[in-house]
Design a protein around this ligand. Structure first.
Ligand code: ATP
Ligand code: MG
Length: 139
């Protein structure tokens, strides 16, 4: 069976409120292995680059401001069917629509400050993981 990788980051609202440990625990309990992990911060330029796919959306300037507003915890995760299983674990973008027990249902405050990111494809998972971590930091 194929084991593969996804990329996540705990977003500024959830880090600031002290949910890093609780969220990491849920991730490990769901069967994901942590390949790389760091606490860091994005500049507005780097946040804009990370979410460049949304450049034309009305919410983009606010999203960039929010993502650069505080510390984040990026991680690379490994599990069979990692991308799809992780999207299921975090729940819908808007926490009002997130299923019970999902990370966003538990910790997100709004559609913008929604606690956590999850890659949407294997290809983006690789690009996003390499955005934060050198190959030598991936264990
Ligand atoms: P992510 O890419 O962070 O995992 P997602 O894939 O569930 O989230 P996207 O459509 O990629 O959702 O949106 C990226 C991020 O932009 C969302 O997680 C959220 O923080 C913000 N966002 C999305 N839609 C809106 C909106 N309508 N209003 C405000 N912020 C939004
Ligand atoms: Mg997305």
């Amino acid at each position: 069976m194929a084991t593969n990788r996804t990329f996540t980051m705990i977003k500024p609202d959830a880090v600031a409120e002290g949910h890093t440990g609780s969220i990491t625990k849920l991730i490990e309990e769901a069967g994901f292995r942590i390949v790389a992990l760091r606490k860091t911060r994005l500049t507005p330029d780097r946040a804009g680059e990370f979410y460049a796919v949304h450049r034309e959306r009305g919410f983009y300037p606010d999203l960039v401001r929010y993502m650069a507003s505080g510390a984040i915890v990026p991680m690379i995760l490994e599990k069979e069917n990692a991308v799809a299983d992780f999207r299921k674990l975090i729940g819908a973008t808007n926490p009002a629509n997130a299923e019970a027990g999902t990370i966003r249902q538990l910790f997100a405050k709004s559609i913008e400050a929604n606690a956590i990111h999850g890659s949407d494809s294997d290809e983006n998972a690789a690009v996003e993981g390499n955005f934060f971590f050198a190959a030598t930091e991936q264990f």
